[in-house]
Design a protein around this ligand. Structure first.
Ligand code: GAR
Length: 202
């Protein structure tokens, strides 16, 4: 059975790009991206979706009175596309209860730090400024907290003496583009089991 994937984005879309590539090159089998949803009208990720022939939808948060109503609209888009798996790929909003409950353990996020360190925005800069010697990225299921859900894969990246926040971010991003498709492949193949906050690979 084919897994229908919806991807939520807000910006550049390089992680979206790597997921699309890995479906097209056969690394992730039996999956298709049915819709890309953005909360930002000019997100480059929307153009990437269009270029690859994927339906893209902009849902304008300012059209709604509150977050609950905005997310209800996003949820309808997900349901209209028979979504099995939701991927957050640079989606810069914290998901509310409605979507999380509808897709419990079926929403995955990529975060550019080794969680639980450096949650929230600008995680690579936070890590760089803190002076860590090892940075990295995390793919995790999404729960009600901010960047707190069960961890699927993490990858370390060394911090070099001549790094800037930008060079470090670029090195982390390279690894994001590897571990996100890897986690999606594991999910699609039914190899991830969540026990409490621990993800077991079977
Ligand atoms: C990525 O580095 C992703 O890890 C990060 O935003 C960037 C999006 O890049 N996500 C977060 O910080 C979520 N808290 P992309 O649009 O090129 O994939």
């Amino acid at each position: 059975m084919t897994t229908n994937i919806a991807v939520l984005v807000s910006g550049r879309g390089s992680n979206l790009h790597s997921i699309i590539d890995n479906i097209e090159n056969g690394y992730i089998k039996d999956a298709r991206i049915t819709v890309v949803v953005s909360d930002v009208s000019d997100a480059y990720a929307l153009k990437r979706a269009e270029d690859r022939g994927i339906t893209d939808v902009f849902v304008d948060p300012s059209d709604f009175e509150n977050k609950i109503q905005y997310e209800q609209e996003v949820l309808e888009v997900l349901e209209d596309h028979n979504t099995d798996l939701v991927l957050l790929a640079g989606y810069m909003r914290i998901l509310g209860k409605g979507i999380i409950e509808a897709y419990r353990n079926r929403i995955i996020n990529i975060h550019p730090a080794l969680l639980p360190a450096f949650k929230g925005l600008h995680a690579q800069e936070q890590a760089f400024e803190y002076g860590v010697k090892v940075a990295g990225c995390t793919v995790h299921f999404v729960d009600e907290g901010m960047d707190t859900g069960p961890i699927i894969i993490q990858k370390c990246v060394p911090v070099l003496d001549d790094d800037t926040a930008e060079t470090l971010s670029a090195r982390v991003l390279e690894q994001e583009h590897k571990i996100y498709p890897e986690a999606v492949k594991l999910f699609v193949e039914g190899k991830l089991k969540v026990e409490g906050r621990v993800v077991i690979r079977r």
